[in-house]
Write a protein that binds this ligand. Structure first.
Ligand SMILES: [Zn+2]
Length: 311
């Protein structure tokens, strides 16, 4: 019996689980060694602090991002649209998208302790969980939208000027296909949370009917807004280079076999910083939505769409 008790301890079960998932995903080529170690840190922390529910959501991101990166990799590589290093993610990718969710998972854990002792309001763990969802939904939506969206039949448009069509892979380029994929990612994550709340109550900090009602729209909205914020931050601030051969604006210093020319953005502001910033904003959105302030976000979204479609 003692053996089972030891195995059931979250630290032990976490180590075993991370070992199995780590070995599998490393074999599948989702991550390199640095990515594996950092994914272990993020995964174990989320498992230990957020429990099985939060971990399933993180796992959805990890597996779907890995599969999407591998999806038609050769076709993407041919068009210079693929991730470098055979699509293996390094610590920069993992921490860029995993650090904020990890912090909010710790936030759920700590606030739950305080709430259990009656020191803080009982709904605060759900706000923290909203931040967790917002961050994971944003990075999932962004990763899936970029990896799948490049196959859009119609040319993407620039998020800072929606009338301008740009080549696939351009920083800040958005397409209908990408937006649809982003919405799907948000829906899938919200659904995982909802299923846990309905069939395994107590695992996630979803304790009342209104939180259950909020969680799916929260996930869809943060995925959609966060993913577009990512494109916006990328278009405005990320380092970008132009390829003289095909005219693409990329973050790569080499394109079509030749060196590219620096054209703008902050030179040290890379995709990792963009992801970090957008997942932070996604988390902030998630906290606001978790607190039930949907009107603010929906109102903001309405005016944003109005402004960007009239410019
Ligand atoms: Zn090129």
């Amino acid at each position: 019996m003692l053996v089972i008790q030891v195995l059931m301890h979250p630290a032990v079960s976490g180590l075993i689980l991370m070992g199995v998932i780590g070995a599998l995903t490393y074999k599948l080529g989702f991550v390199d060694i640095s990515g594996l170690i950092s994914a272990f840190v993020v995964g174990f922390t989320v498992w230990y602090t957020g429990g099985a529910g939060a971990f399933t959501i993180l796992l959805f991101f990890f597996v779907s991002a890995g599969l999407a990166t591998k999806f038609k990799y050769k076709a993407k590589a041919k068009k210079n649209l693929a991730q470098e290093g055979k699509g293996k993610r390094s610590w920069k990718n993992v921490f860029g998208s995993g650090l904020i969710p990890m912090l909010f998972s710790i936030g759920v854990y700590v606030s739950q302790m305080f709430a259990d002792q009656g020191l803080i309001d009982a709904s605060i763990p759900f706000w923290m969980f909203g931040g967790f969802i917002g961050a994971v939904a944003t990075t999932s939506a962004d990763t899936l939208a970029s990896e799948v969206g490049v196959f859009s039949k119609s040319k993407p448009r620039l998020i800072t000027n929606l009338r301008r069509r740009v080549p696939a892979g351009t920083i800040g380029g958005v397409s209908l296909l990408g937006e649809a994929v982003a919405l799907f990612a948000g829906f899938a994550i919200g659904l995982i949370a909802l299923v846990y709340a309905m069939f395994a109550p107590g695992i996630l900090p979803i304790t009342n009917p209104s939180q259950m009602l909020f969680v799916l729209p929260l996930s869809v909205l943060t995925a959609f807004i966060g993913c577009n914020l990512d494109s916006l931050i990328g278009a405005v601030a990320q380092n970008r280079y132009v390829c003289d051969i095909c005219g693409a604006i990329t973050d790569k210093e080499f394109h079509c076999g030749y060196e590219t020319k620096y054209v703008g953005g902050f030179k040290r502001f890379t995709n990792m910083h963009v992801n970090f910033g957008s997942s932070g904003m996604g988390a902030a959105l998630g906290v606001v939505l978790g607190a039930g302030l949907f009107v603010w976000i929906l109102g903001g979204l309405f005016f944003w769409l109005l402004a960007s479609s009239s410019s």
